[in-house]
Design a protein around this ligand. Structure first.
Ligand SMILES: *Cc1c(COP(=O)(O)O)cnc(C)c1O
Length: 343
């Protein structure tokens, strides 16, 4: 099977397995695990933040950030198809007790003027706007890069209005290699950032959140409350260090493979690519091929290819380091053949 469902499906590299095997560990709830401390220090430095904290998943990192920035009854501005709003089980409402205020973005980027208009007034009737959440790259926008200038404008506005900014940077390093912008510049537009180690960077588990020392101190308590305090966590942090140190630059290969896949698919009659492929995702439109996304995914599976039905007529194909350029050729050949036969 050639698995293009997500970049989460990668298996840990031999170097990651070795690192886990040899990791020096301690009790991380006591903040005594040297490997976790090293990972947190490394991430903080890379992102240009004072401190960072290892968390079990991207979702946990995002939720801890919202819990730390906000109080119940406040309002959070986020993009209408953002992961925090779309895919996290309404946890910001259920746990943090905040009300989401969504703004539809343009390829994942919210218009700063629309945000300005959505920020609440000092009025007895209204909730307080306490947080703006950004996402880069934007998953449901097909791995779109949110431009640095857009983030800078939103950050400036947020600062003027005393509102915090959180970045869901599950795939921030994809934006970094796609643009050449230093990750610190993206992170500088935020009060907190979440990065995933287990997406394109290929680690088996974990994310980090980074911010000021005060933010991380508060966040550490929320992590414990949510059951995210892990003891000898160095075992899982060690592959994360390998991911941060060795797996960032190679993301260009995934992007090249996604472009090649998109260009090849676009040449097949009946298929159309919906997104401008900037990073590692291809959004394939299936309607003109006479199939729903679900039907198309079944057809792909019969050809030994796994993909995700994303919208009624949209299939998402994601490249990652366990898929080679040669396998992309195989995918194109098989899909082309199947479409010709009118499967
Ligand atoms: C995957 C993802 C997350 C959540 O990460 P998990 O580790 O799966 O909880 C958050 N945001 C975005 C944009 C993602 O793609």
């Amino acid at each position: 099977m050639i698995d293009l469902r997500s970049d989460t499906v990668t298996k840990p590299t031999p170097a990651m397995r070795q690192a886990a095997f040899g990791a020096v560990v301690g009790d991380d709830v006591y903040e005594e695990d040297p490997t976790v401390l090293e990972l947190e220090e490394t991430a903080a430095q890379m992102l240009g933040k004072e401190a960072a904290m290892f968390v079990t998943s991207g979702t946990q990192g995002n939720q801890i950030a919202v819990l730390t920035h906000c109080r119940p009854g406040e309002e959070v501005i986020l993009e209408a198809e953002s992961h925090i709003y779309y895919y996290e089980g309404a946890t910001i409402s259920a746990f943090a007790g905040v009300q989401p205020r969504t703004i539809a973005g343009n390829r994942g980027a919210m218009d700063p003027q629309a945000i300005a208009a959505a920020i609440r007034e000092d009025d007895i009737h209204q909730p307080e706007t306490s947080l703006i959440c950004l996402e880069n790259t934007h998953n449901r926008a097909g791995g779109a890069v949110v431009p640095l200038e857009n983030m800078q404008q939103i950050h400036k506005l947020a600062q003027e209005r005393h509102i915090s900014v959180h970045l869901d940077g599950a795939r921030l390093f994809n934006a970094v290699v796609a643009t050449g912008v230093d990750v610190k510049q993206f992170a500088a537009c935020t009060d907190s950032v979440q990065i995933c180690l287990s997406k394109g960077l290929g680690a088996p588990v974990g994310s980090l959140i980074a911010g000021s020392k005060t933010f991380i101190k508060k966040a550490r308590k929320w992590r414990k409350r949510l059951g995210g305090g892990i003891r000898q966590a160095g075992i899982i942090a060690a592959p994360g260090l390998v991911a941060l140190r060795t797996m960032v630059d190679r993301l260009v290969e995934d992007h090249a493979n996604a472009k090649k896949l998109a260009e090849g698919l676009a040449e097949i009659k009946g298929l159309r690519i919906e997104n401008m492929v900037e990073t590692n995702m291809v959004m394939l439109h299936t309607k003109e091929a006479g199939m729903t996304a679900k039907e198309f995914v079944i057809m792909l599976k019969q050809q030994g290819i796994l993909a995700s039905a994303f919208n009624p007529y949209t299939v998402r194909l994601t490249t990652h380091f366990d898929v080679t350029s040669e396998e992309i050729d195989v995918v194109l050949k098989r899909v082309g053949k199947a479409m010709k036969q009118g499967v």
